[in-house]
Design a protein around this ligand. Sequence first.
Ligand code: SAH
Length: 251
Amino acid sequence: MVHFVGAGPGATDLITMRGHKLLSEADVIIYAGSLVNKELLNYAKEGAEIHNSAHMTLEEVIEVVKNAEKENKVTVRLHTGDPSIYGAIREQMDILKAVNIPYDVVPGVSSFCGAAASLNAEYTLPNVSQSVIITRMEGRTPVPERESIRSFAAHKATMVLFLSSGLTEELSKELIAGGYDKETPVAVVYKATWPDEKILRCTVENLPQTMKENNINKTALILVGNFLGDDYGRSELYNPEFTHEFRKGIE
Ligand code: SAH
């Protein structure tokens, strides 16, 4: 059996209780070493076999799983944040399915949630934005043309950019070309929830310069939108005049 487990964004107490339990019982652990906090491996049991997938191909990962399976061992495949976001788990699951190895997935706290917490921010403010666009700049993995930054920027919704901190010149241009005001606030969260977390605040226009000055080009999220500002409406849910299923409002 293989458990795909979300490790959370970094802080070792941000893994779920289910993930922690599986990690502490696993015979074999394959962790994404480029981003997963290695201190999480302290939860592993004595004698657990540990592999860092940063040095491995998909085929090598599967080989480790198959060998574990032959000995009836339990494997935890530890992915950063939540495995469903840029986790490359589908290709692993499809191979496991083809060779009849059972698996399941344990969610994790994605770094975009960790980053919002670090900022004390709410992505979905009334009268500002009620949508969060999670996307990335194109890298080696192509992004479909219909999902261009420029087209998303036209919505002026909250935007969360993964995997893009080395491409901010182009990102800034595309955000402006798409319709964001140059002065739209941006927050960069480097290593959200890690002990060496850093937060930078800038605008869409001076984002590239800010990244350069602070020498940040990886392990960061770029958050864009007026949710970072101070103008918003209050929620209807807690409005005294609003009646809903659980509370009668003032008439
Ligand atoms: N599944 C992960 C994302 C993996 S893609 C999740 O849910 O968070 C890797 C990218 O995620 C990095 O390039 C960076 O943009 C972002 N990332 C992962 N952990 C991060 C952290 N602690 N702080 C900021 N960005 C992070």
